[in-house]
Write a new protein. Structure first.
Length: 263
Protein backbone atom coordinates (compact mmCIF):
# COMPACT_ATOMS: atom_id res chain seq x y z
CA UNK A 1 0.00 0.00 0.00
CA UNK A 2 1.52 3.33 -1.11
CA UNK A 3 1.03 6.86 0.28
CA UNK A 4 1.57 10.10 -1.65
CA UNK A 5 2.06 13.44 0.15
CA UNK A 6 1.70 16.56 -2.02
CA UNK A 7 2.58 20.07 -0.82
CA UNK A 8 4.39 22.92 -2.54
CA UNK A 9 6.14 23.73 0.75
CA UNK A 10 9.01 21.30 1.14
CA UNK A 11 9.37 21.90 4.88
CA UNK A 12 5.69 20.98 5.37
CA UNK A 13 6.28 17.58 3.76
CA UNK A 14 9.44 17.08 5.80
CA UNK A 15 7.53 17.94 8.96
CA UNK A 16 5.04 15.17 8.24
CA UNK A 17 7.80 12.68 7.42
CA UNK A 18 9.66 13.49 10.65
CA UNK A 19 6.71 13.64 13.05
CA UNK A 20 4.59 10.59 12.19
CA UNK A 21 5.45 7.19 13.70
CA UNK A 22 5.47 5.30 10.41
CA UNK A 23 6.28 1.99 12.11
CA UNK A 24 2.66 1.88 13.27
CA UNK A 25 1.39 2.06 9.69
CA UNK A 26 1.60 -0.51 6.90
CA UNK A 27 2.76 1.59 3.96
CA UNK A 28 5.10 -0.04 1.47
CA UNK A 29 6.25 3.28 0.02
CA UNK A 30 5.79 6.96 0.91
CA UNK A 31 6.08 9.20 -2.12
CA UNK A 32 6.25 13.01 -2.08
CA UNK A 33 5.55 15.69 -4.68
CA UNK A 34 5.79 19.48 -4.66
CA UNK A 35 3.38 20.21 -7.49
CA UNK A 36 0.33 19.05 -9.40
CA UNK A 37 2.44 17.83 -12.33
CA UNK A 38 4.84 15.86 -10.10
CA UNK A 39 1.87 14.19 -8.41
CA UNK A 40 0.37 13.19 -11.78
CA UNK A 41 3.66 11.65 -12.81
CA UNK A 42 3.78 9.53 -9.64
CA UNK A 43 0.18 8.37 -10.11
CA UNK A 44 0.96 7.29 -13.65
CA UNK A 45 3.96 5.24 -12.54
CA UNK A 46 2.98 3.96 -9.10
CA UNK A 47 -0.16 2.57 -7.49
CA UNK A 48 -1.24 5.12 -4.88
CA UNK A 49 -3.74 3.98 -2.25
CA UNK A 50 -3.91 7.16 -0.16
CA UNK A 51 -3.30 10.78 -1.19
CA UNK A 52 -2.60 13.57 1.31
CA UNK A 53 -2.44 16.97 -0.36
CA UNK A 54 -2.49 20.70 0.25
CA UNK A 55 -5.08 22.86 -1.53
CA UNK A 56 -3.27 26.07 -2.46
CA UNK A 57 -0.49 25.22 -4.88
CA UNK A 58 0.80 26.99 -8.00
CA UNK A 59 0.14 25.56 -11.47
CA UNK A 60 -2.72 23.33 -10.32
CA UNK A 61 -4.46 23.24 -6.93
CA UNK A 62 -5.09 20.29 -4.66
CA UNK A 63 -8.74 20.46 -5.67
CA UNK A 64 -7.71 20.10 -9.32
CA UNK A 65 -5.52 17.14 -8.39
CA UNK A 66 -8.23 15.31 -6.44
CA UNK A 67 -10.73 15.91 -9.23
CA UNK A 68 -8.26 14.30 -11.67
CA UNK A 69 -7.62 11.41 -9.27
CA UNK A 70 -11.37 10.83 -8.85
CA UNK A 71 -11.69 10.50 -12.63
CA UNK A 72 -8.68 8.24 -13.22
CA UNK A 73 -8.13 6.41 -9.90
CA UNK A 74 -11.50 6.36 -8.10
CA UNK A 75 -10.36 3.85 -5.46
CA UNK A 76 -7.69 6.17 -4.06
CA UNK A 77 -8.60 7.73 -0.69
CA UNK A 78 -7.95 11.47 -0.67
CA UNK A 79 -7.22 13.61 2.40
CA UNK A 80 -6.88 17.41 2.30
CA UNK A 81 -4.29 18.88 4.69
CA UNK A 82 -4.51 22.66 4.44
CA UNK A 83 -4.24 26.00 6.23
CA UNK A 84 -7.54 27.17 4.71
CA UNK A 85 -10.77 26.72 6.63
CA UNK A 86 -12.99 28.45 4.05
CA UNK A 87 -16.42 26.86 3.79
CA UNK A 88 -16.21 26.81 -0.01
CA UNK A 89 -13.10 24.63 0.08
CA UNK A 90 -14.68 22.23 2.55
CA UNK A 91 -17.81 22.09 0.40
CA UNK A 92 -15.74 21.20 -2.67
CA UNK A 93 -13.88 18.55 -0.69
CA UNK A 94 -17.20 16.96 0.26
CA UNK A 95 -18.39 17.02 -3.34
CA UNK A 96 -15.17 15.23 -4.34
CA UNK A 97 -15.91 12.54 -1.71
CA UNK A 98 -12.68 13.12 0.20
CA UNK A 99 -11.92 10.87 3.14
CA UNK A 100 -11.05 13.79 5.44
CA UNK A 101 -10.40 17.55 5.51
CA UNK A 102 -7.75 18.53 8.05
CA UNK A 103 -6.46 21.95 9.04
CA UNK A 104 -2.77 22.69 9.56
CA UNK A 105 -1.05 22.50 11.92
CA UNK A 106 -2.19 19.05 12.96
CA UNK A 107 -0.71 17.15 15.93
CA UNK A 108 1.28 14.09 14.77
CA UNK A 109 -0.92 11.81 16.88
CA UNK A 110 -4.06 13.10 15.17
CA UNK A 111 -2.55 12.68 11.69
CA UNK A 112 -1.46 9.15 12.62
CA UNK A 113 -5.04 8.32 13.62
CA UNK A 114 -6.42 9.64 10.33
CA UNK A 115 -3.86 7.72 8.28
CA UNK A 116 -4.61 4.57 10.30
CA UNK A 117 -8.34 4.90 9.61
CA UNK A 118 -7.66 5.46 5.91
CA UNK A 119 -5.31 2.47 5.83
CA UNK A 120 -7.91 0.26 7.54
CA UNK A 121 -10.57 1.31 5.03
CA UNK A 122 -8.29 0.47 2.11
CA UNK A 123 -7.56 -2.96 3.63
CA UNK A 124 -11.28 -3.61 4.10
CA UNK A 125 -11.90 -2.61 0.48
CA UNK A 126 -9.18 -4.98 -0.75
CA UNK A 127 -10.57 -7.78 1.43
CA UNK A 128 -14.10 -7.22 0.12
CA UNK A 129 -12.85 -7.27 -3.47
CA UNK A 130 -11.04 -10.55 -2.80
CA UNK A 131 -14.22 -12.06 -1.33
CA UNK A 132 -16.28 -10.94 -4.32
CA UNK A 133 -13.74 -12.42 -6.71
CA UNK A 134 -13.83 -15.66 -4.76
CA UNK A 135 -17.62 -15.58 -4.95
CA UNK A 136 -17.51 -15.17 -8.73
CA UNK A 137 -15.11 -18.11 -9.09
CA UNK A 138 -17.21 -20.21 -6.73
CA UNK A 139 -20.40 -19.55 -8.71
CA UNK A 140 -18.62 -20.32 -11.97
CA UNK A 141 -17.39 -23.64 -10.56
CA UNK A 142 -20.90 -24.53 -9.41
CA UNK A 143 -22.25 -23.76 -12.86
CA UNK A 144 -19.58 -25.87 -14.54
CA UNK A 145 -20.32 -28.78 -12.20
CA UNK A 146 -23.90 -28.70 -13.40
CA UNK A 147 -22.75 -28.69 -17.00
CA UNK A 148 -23.77 -25.09 -17.53
CA UNK A 149 -21.35 -22.61 -19.08
CA UNK A 150 -21.38 -19.57 -21.31
CA UNK A 151 -20.55 -21.50 -24.47
CA UNK A 152 -23.54 -23.83 -24.43
CA UNK A 153 -25.96 -23.46 -27.30
CA UNK A 154 -29.49 -24.30 -26.27
CA UNK A 155 -32.60 -24.16 -28.43
CA UNK A 156 -35.35 -25.25 -26.06
CA UNK A 157 -36.69 -22.05 -24.40
CA UNK A 158 -37.01 -23.68 -20.99
CA UNK A 159 -33.38 -24.86 -21.10
CA UNK A 160 -32.37 -21.42 -22.27
CA UNK A 161 -34.22 -19.86 -19.35
CA UNK A 162 -32.50 -22.21 -16.90
CA UNK A 163 -29.14 -21.32 -18.43
CA UNK A 164 -29.90 -17.60 -18.16
CA UNK A 165 -31.01 -17.81 -14.54
CA UNK A 166 -27.89 -19.74 -13.53
CA UNK A 167 -25.66 -17.06 -14.98
CA UNK A 168 -27.69 -14.05 -13.77
CA UNK A 169 -28.73 -15.26 -10.34
CA UNK A 170 -27.53 -11.97 -8.74
CA UNK A 171 -29.76 -9.87 -11.02
CA UNK A 172 -33.29 -8.67 -10.43
CA UNK A 173 -34.98 -11.52 -12.30
CA UNK A 174 -38.61 -11.11 -13.36
CA UNK A 175 -40.85 -13.33 -15.47
CA UNK A 176 -41.51 -10.42 -17.82
CA UNK A 177 -37.84 -9.74 -18.56
CA UNK A 178 -36.98 -13.42 -18.93
CA UNK A 179 -39.93 -13.93 -21.29
CA UNK A 180 -38.66 -11.08 -23.50
CA UNK A 181 -35.27 -12.75 -23.63
CA UNK A 182 -36.76 -15.91 -25.18
CA UNK A 183 -39.37 -14.03 -27.26
CA UNK A 184 -42.39 -15.52 -25.46
CA UNK A 185 -45.27 -14.00 -23.55
CA UNK A 186 -44.96 -14.20 -19.73
CA UNK A 187 -48.13 -16.34 -19.45
CA UNK A 188 -47.03 -18.82 -22.10
CA UNK A 189 -43.53 -19.14 -20.65
CA UNK A 190 -44.98 -19.71 -17.18
CA UNK A 191 -47.22 -22.53 -18.43
CA UNK A 192 -44.44 -24.08 -20.53
CA UNK A 193 -41.90 -23.97 -17.72
CA UNK A 194 -44.27 -25.56 -15.20
CA UNK A 195 -45.25 -28.27 -17.69
CA UNK A 196 -41.60 -29.26 -18.27
CA UNK A 197 -40.16 -28.69 -14.81
CA UNK A 198 -43.11 -29.30 -12.52
CA UNK A 199 -42.72 -25.96 -10.74
CA UNK A 200 -43.35 -22.33 -11.52
CA UNK A 201 -40.59 -20.12 -12.86
CA UNK A 202 -40.61 -18.02 -9.68
CA UNK A 203 -40.30 -21.13 -7.51
CA UNK A 204 -37.40 -22.32 -9.66
CA UNK A 205 -35.58 -18.98 -9.28
CA UNK A 206 -36.10 -19.10 -5.52
CA UNK A 207 -34.85 -22.70 -5.29
CA UNK A 208 -31.69 -21.86 -7.23
CA UNK A 209 -31.03 -18.82 -5.05
CA UNK A 210 -31.56 -20.78 -1.87
CA UNK A 211 -29.30 -23.61 -3.06
CA UNK A 212 -26.50 -21.19 -3.91
CA UNK A 213 -26.97 -19.31 -0.61
CA UNK A 214 -26.65 -22.60 1.28
CA UNK A 215 -23.46 -23.51 -0.61
CA UNK A 216 -21.92 -20.08 0.06
CA UNK A 217 -22.87 -20.20 3.75
CA UNK A 218 -21.18 -23.59 4.06
CA UNK A 219 -18.03 -22.27 2.39
CA UNK A 220 -17.81 -19.59 5.14
CA UNK A 221 -15.87 -17.15 2.95
CA UNK A 222 -18.35 -14.33 2.24
CA UNK A 223 -20.30 -12.42 4.87
CA UNK A 224 -24.02 -13.12 5.03
CA UNK A 225 -24.82 -9.65 3.66
CA UNK A 226 -22.51 -10.34 0.70
CA UNK A 227 -24.21 -13.69 0.13
CA UNK A 228 -27.59 -11.96 0.21
CA UNK A 229 -26.52 -9.62 -2.61
CA UNK A 230 -24.75 -12.43 -4.48
CA UNK A 231 -27.95 -14.48 -4.72
CA UNK A 232 -30.10 -11.57 -5.83
CA UNK A 233 -31.53 -10.18 -2.61
CA UNK A 234 -30.66 -6.53 -2.08
CA UNK A 235 -32.79 -6.49 1.08
CA UNK A 236 -30.96 -8.44 3.80
CA UNK A 237 -34.08 -8.84 5.97
CA UNK A 238 -36.09 -10.26 3.07
CA UNK A 239 -33.29 -12.70 2.26
CA UNK A 240 -33.26 -13.89 5.89
CA UNK A 241 -37.03 -14.33 5.80
CA UNK A 242 -36.94 -16.32 2.54
CA UNK A 243 -34.05 -18.52 3.69
CA UNK A 244 -35.78 -19.34 6.97
CA UNK A 245 -38.99 -20.13 5.09
CA UNK A 246 -37.08 -22.46 2.75
CA UNK A 247 -34.73 -24.20 5.23
CA UNK A 248 -36.43 -23.59 8.60
CA UNK A 249 -33.45 -21.64 9.97
CA UNK A 250 -32.00 -18.18 9.58
CA UNK A 251 -28.82 -17.98 7.45
CA UNK A 252 -26.76 -17.34 10.61
CA UNK A 253 -28.25 -20.28 12.49
CA UNK A 254 -27.80 -22.57 9.48
CA UNK A 255 -24.16 -21.57 9.05
CA UNK A 256 -23.34 -21.92 12.75
CA UNK A 257 -24.97 -25.36 12.90
CA UNK A 258 -23.18 -26.53 9.72
CA UNK A 259 -19.74 -25.30 10.87
CA UNK A 260 -20.26 -26.77 14.35
CA UNK A 261 -21.05 -30.14 12.79
CA UNK A 262 -17.78 -30.10 10.82
CA UNK A 263 -15.65 -29.76 13.97
Amino acid sequence: MNLLIVDDEIYAIQGILDSVNWDRLDFDNIFTANSYSQALNIFQNEKVAILVCDIEMPYGTGLDLVEWVREHYPNTLCIFLTCHDEFQYAKQAISLKCFDYVLKPIPPKKLLEILQRASDEIKNTYRTQEYLEYGKRFIKELSEKKGINEEEKVKDPVNEVEHYIQNHISDNLTVEEIAKMVFLSPDYLTRLFKKQKGQTLIDYITSQRMFLAKELLESNVLTISMISAKVGYGNYSYFTKMFKKYYGKTPRDYQNQYLKGKK
